[in-house]
Design a protein around this ligand. Structure first.
Ligand SMILES: NC(=O)c1ccc[n+]([C@@H]2O[C@H](COP(=O)([O-])OP(=O)(O)OC[C@H]3O[C@@H](n4cnc5c(N)ncnc54)[C@H](OP(=O)(O)O)[C@@H]3O)[C@@H](O)[C@H]2O)c1
Length: 300
């Protein structure tokens, strides 16, 4: 066993950190914002890494990465990818359920790092809204499994605001709901670094980490920082929530959109906490929002 706290079984005395390098790590959601950075980091470190995608032929992986096809909603398609796998980074695709978790366990997977959500509340009688409920369900499935687990619960991804680029490319305003809604937005590279730490270092089993950026920023602050990086003022213009509901409703399912709007409204009354868990896991401070904008400036 790897000495992870909370590891429940699969004791194997010959398995130590010294031979971890020979054990395969499966990354699901490997073409996603987080997953693709995780794959790159692990490949850079020389870890054996297998990247799962529904369309691996369309993905570009660094040398040494094993690309495999699989759909998380079709457990039979994932089974071949589990051969020799010791740890999995689990992307919480809507189709993921008990059958997949059982297949991991049957294949001998020992540790699962779940991309969960900062919306999950420990100890709540009921989770608030579909986003928290869905991630909590997956957490419960893993808690009930015989595998060890680490839950990474990020707050709002900075990358969520990439759609603002349609507005910044055509003007100096970003129009949206709740100018003063605030979150400690997080750089996807910090989430990926946390995933790598939870997959490859000891001491993270049975733990949940709340991952945030280093500072609370309102929508208005975020627009201002984009402007500072671009070298021209960008202003956030608050518009009516119902108008936003109609506009975003074209591409976000109604229950999820209602959850997001409620999440923003609630942040006006109950500011989100800034956590030090990125540093705890990775040994470095969380990247600030400015550095995220600089890394994505071309998009804006
Ligand atoms: N956005 C936020 O603020 C926020 C906050 C907290 C938590 N989260 C969590 O983070 C997730 C987003 O992570 P992300 O941005 O890295 O994801 P992403 O960029 O949306 O990528 C997800 C990847 O998962 C793969 N995928 C989707 N369904 C699949 C399936 N059925 N089988 C196999 N692969 C599948 C897709 O790859 P292929 O097409 O190549 O198969 C896709 O590239 C959210 O869904 C949520 O659970 C988000």
């Amino acid at each position: 066993m790897r000495g992870r706290e909370g590891a429940v079984h699969h004791s194997s005395p010959q398995l130590t950190i010294a031979n971890l390098g020979e054990l395969m790590i499966l990354i699901t959601g490997a073409t996603g914002n987080v997953g693709r950075v995780v794959v790159e980091r692990l490949a850079d470190e020389g870890q054996p890494v297998r990247a799962l995608s529904r369309r691996p032929e369309q993905a570009q992986w660094p040398a040494g990465v094993e690309a495999v096809a699989g759909d998380l909603g079709d457990v039979a398609s994932v089974r071949p990818a589990l051969d020799g796998v010791e740890s999995v980074f689990l992307f919480p695709a809507p189709e993921v359920g008990a059958e997949l978790v059982a297949a991991f366990e049957a294949a001998g997977v020992r540790h699962v790092v779940l991309l969960s959500s900062g919306a999950v509340e420990d100890g709540a009688e009921a989770q608030d809204g579909p986003i928290a409920t869905r991630h909590h369900e997956l957490e419960q499935l893993l808690r009930a499994s015989g595998m060890s687990w680490t839950f990474l619960r990020p707050d709002t991804f900075a990358v969520n605001i990439l759609p603002w680029s349609y507005q910044t490319k055509h003007g100096d305003e970003v129009r949206g709901a709740y100018a003063e809604a605030a979150a400690p937005v997080i750089h996807e590279a910090d989430i990926a670094d946390a995933v790598v730490a939870a997959l490859t270092s000891e001491g993270h089993a049975g733990k949940a980490y709340h991952l945030t950026g280093p500072e609370l920023l309102t929508h208005a602050d975020q627009a201002r920082v984009i402007g500072e990086v671009l070298g021209r003022p960008i202003r956030y213009v608050e518009i009516d929530v119902e108008q936003v509901r109609q506009q975003m409703g074209a591409y976000v399912p109604a229950p999820i959109l209602a959850d997001i709007l409620k999440f923003w409204a609630r942040s006006l009354e109950q500011p989100h906490a800034v956590s030090g868990d990125v540093e705890t896991l990775t040994g470095h401070k969380a990247r600030d929002f400015r550095s995220w904008v600089e890394a994505h400036a071309e998009a804006f």
